[in-house]
Every structure is written in C-alpha cells, then in structure tokens.
Design a protein around this ligand. Structure first.
Ligand SMILES: Cc1cc2nc3c(=O)[nH]c(=O)nc-3n(C[C@H](O)[C@H](O)[C@H](O)COP(=O)(O)O)c2cc1C
Length: 342
C-alpha cells in the first residue's frame, strides 16, 4: 500500500502536467529587451556556452530544477533526468528527500547517480529542516551521492496544501546551520525569492539563490487541485521571475527559474544576473516522453541570442545592453528605494 506521502508525490507530478497548473501571470521576461547587434563580429560555431557552477565546468548554463522522488515512477523519471544530465553535462536537481527520510525503502527513487559523472542536487523543504539534524541530512545525501542540497522555501504552497506546515519559526536558523556543513542552494518553488529573504541570509554560507519566480508552474494551483476547499485567491500569487532577478541583482550568486520555456528567455535571465537558469515542467515532459527533445531547441535559441548580441561566451553576455519596459521598469523603481536601504 502506498503511503500518503507517495500518493501526494504522484499527484504532484500528474497535476503539474495539466495546463491549469500554470500561472496566468507571465515571468515578465517579455519586458526585457536585449539590444540587437547587427555587427556581432563573432563566429557562431566558436560560441562558448560553458559555465562554472560550484567550481565545476558544465556545457550550458542550464540545470534541471528539483522535482521528484518518493514513489515508484519517480525512480523512472529521475533515471531519465540523470541520463539527460549526463548527455548534456548539466546539473540535475532531485525532488524533496523527505519521503526517503521518512521511509528509507524509498531511497532507490533518488539513487540515480550510481557512478555517473553528474552533479546531483538533493532537495528538502526549509520548514521540514526542523525535523532533521544536519547529520541525518548529510548521511542521506551521502547515501545517494548528492553533491549539494537545495532548500526550498514554499510558504504559499504550504498554505494551500491540505497537510501544509504553517509553523515557520526557526527555519532561517536551520538554513544557516545546514549551510555551515554542506553546499546549499536556497530556492522558492515558483512564487519567487525577494530581496528580504536574501538579505536575512546574507551572513550565511548559502552558495546560490534560485529566485524560482512566478510565470510557470504555480504550486498554489496544484495544491488547489488536491484541496478544493482551501481559500481561493492565491492562484497567481508571487513575484514574476524577471522582477525577482532584478531586485536581487548583485546581492548574491543567483540562479533563475520559474516559467522559462525557451532559450531566449533563458538568455535574458543571464543578462539580468543569473549564473544558470533552470526548468522543471519542460524537463518533466521530456523525461516522460511527452515532448520531443526540446532541450536541443532551447540550446539553439540560447546560442542564437548570444550570436545576435555579439556574446562569445557567458561572461560577455553581462556586457550586453538591454532596456526594461513597463510594468517591470516601474515595479522595480517602486521597490528600489527599499532595496537600497538594506
Ligand atoms: C512535478 C514537480 C515537482 C516539484 N517538486 C519540487 C520539490 O520537491 N522541491 C523543490 O524545491 N521544487 C519542486 N518543484 C518546483 C520546481 O523546482 C520549480 O521551482 C518550479 O516548478 C518552477 O519551474 P517551472 O516553471 O519551470 O516548472 C517541482 C516542480 C514540479 C513540476
């Protein structure tokens, strides 16, 4: 018999594939316009898309956002994602390892590295960190050969989730403690990290922040599907990915995700200061054979945008000029003074 947590994990995967799991709000990346360069003076075939992340070289500034684990089909999904990560030399994120911490027989659903030369990022909820010691988490990471761990902050999801945990006291201290002992990424799950969060953690050893903004998968919408009685109104709650990037620019090492569905938008996140960009739903569809290999297309689009801005490598992208249109521009200006005060 499947446990409640296994059922929930399966529901999450199935519901996330539905069109009504996505925000009506966009990522706002459409309001970022890179300045076209009609004289790029570079050779497309010599463009270098490689990037360094946690001191390692990867072929593209793209990663697989953490998604699943904890039920039988999750093993197949994670295995397929591991194959993609190996083939393209990009980092792989797993879903929350809480299911295996609760039930060690589910370890196999995360244990997909098995000697493969891939960089694998385990995952756990910030609010769940209070239940486990660092030792327990580090042992679990070791047992699946994880190289780092992403801590997800998902208060909006927990608010709507039937079994949601709403006592967030002490979460920050546990993040700081875990970051003292291992490589930590802090991420949202689609509602966006604000400058407030990054500021609170500025003295910690957190290595990267994935802003995981609004515009793609909406975790409140997914939880409403499982809990129709929850108070409506939060379907589109969150900070669009482009705004989350802008408000955190130069504050920390940033990753971008949330609603990135093509390589041009991925390029724009790098322009706004992200070091890599991640996608969840597109990789899930790929792993399940529900879409053709869209990663090749995303890479072509990304390289195309590099070519058309004369960017020979990832660092040069940061020198490209761009304009910011309303409403992104005015939203950023409205919060700029608060950001500067911090
Ligand atoms: C099926 C599924 C399961 C997910 N599970 C997790 C999780 O366990 N931990 C986590 O940090 N994020 C999880 N996410 C959130 C993603 O990492 C990502 O932040 C979010 O989906 C936004 O990206 P997208 O718009 O490209 O889907 C999950 C996403 C999907 C689609």
């Amino acid at each position: 018999m499947d446990s409640e947590i296994e059922r929930r994990k399966r529901d999450h995967v199935m519901n996330s594939l539905r069109q009504d799991s996505q925000y009506d709000l966009t990522s706002w990346l459409e309001f970022v316009i890179p300045i076209h360069n009609a004289l790029p003076e570079i050779d497309y075939d010599k463009i270098d898309t490689s990037v360094v992340f946690f001191g390692k070289n990867f072929s593209y500034p793209i990663y697989i956002s953490g998604m699943t684990g904890g039920f039988n089909d999750a093993y197949k999904i994670n295995s397929e994602l591991a194959n993609i990560a190996e083939k393209y030399n990009i980092p792989l994120g797993l879903g929350s390892i809480r299911a295996m911490l609760k039930n060690p027989t589910l370890k196999y659903t995360y244990d997909v590295k098995r000697g493969k030369d891939i960089f694998m990022i385990a995952n756990i909820g910030g609010v769940q960190l209070k239940e486990y010691s660092n030792r327990t988490i580090l042992d679990a990471m070791d047992s699946i050969e994880a190289d780092a761990i992403a801590i997800h902050l998902n208060p909006a999801q927990e608010l709507i989730q039937k079994e949601g945990d709403l006592n967030w006291n002490g979460v920050m201290d546990r993040i700081v403690e875990l970051a003292d002992d291992t490589r930590v990424i802090v991420k949202e799950v689609g509602a966006g990290l604000s400058y407030y969060v990054i500021d609170r953690l500025k003295d910690s050893k957190v290595a990267y922040y994935d802003v995981a903004g609004a515009g793609g998968t909406s975790w409140t919408k997914i939880e409403y599907l499982r809990n129709p009685d929850a108070p409506k109104g939060f379907e589109n709650w969150g900070i669009p990915t482009a705004l989350a990037l802008l408000m955190n620019r130069n504050k920390a090492r940033l990753l971008a995700s949330g609603g990135i569905r093509n390589g041009v938008d991925g390029f724009k996140t790098i322009l706004l200061g992200a070091e890599l960009f991640g996608m969840a739903k597109p990789f899930l569809e790929m792993a399940l054979g529900k879409s053709n290999n869209i990663l090749d297309l995303i890479i072509q689009q990304f390289k195309g945008a590099m070519f058309l801005t004369g960017s020979k490598d990832i660092n040069t992208i940061r020198k490209v000029d761009y304009v910011i249109l309303d409403p992104l521009k005015s939203a950023y200006e409205q919060i700029r003074s608060s950001i500067l005060k911090r």
